[in-house]
Ligand binder design. Sequence first.
Ligand code: SF4
Length: 179
Amino acid sequence: MKKIRLATIWLDGCSGCHMSILDMDEKLIEIAEYVDVVYSPYVDTKEFPSDVDLTIVEGALSTDHDIKMIKKIRANSKYILGLGDCAITGNISAMKNLFGSEAVLQRSYGELADTNASGVYPSKIVPKLLDKVLPLHEVIKVDYFLPGCPTPSDAIYAMLRSLIEGKEINISDYTRFGK
Ligand code: SF4
């Protein structure tokens, strides 16, 4: 049986949507029969692989690294599912758009920091913040959207099951549920 190559990633998200994936509980065993998790916070792979069938993306785009990563994901994924409101609209991640990244950094590392009175904040090695937090679809084509904050685990299960059954990922040699 050829399994669906599944990746998951969280970018600028709180990990709550990934916790919802885990909340599928025993249904995860059912899903695991049909997918290979080739990249995810749940596994130890360091580099995003090629030839991924479906990538589930939680979180918005907040840094130059996020932009690089989402373009790499798009180039190597047949389908992308935006999971949760941060990926779809920016949601909580985009609240700093009200003030701008510079103001948020200054407030965090300057005004509110006891030990960093000079207001110096990280600018090397750590990814550079974008001026504006972006939802995924402003940078790449997104194939599916599953909203919620977090997305309910039942909805994630229903979506995955539908995709695996071949309603959308129509790859004939994948074994389907119930067969
Ligand atoms: Fe967290 Fe809600 Fe964003 Fe999901 S949509 S990553 S639960 S803040």
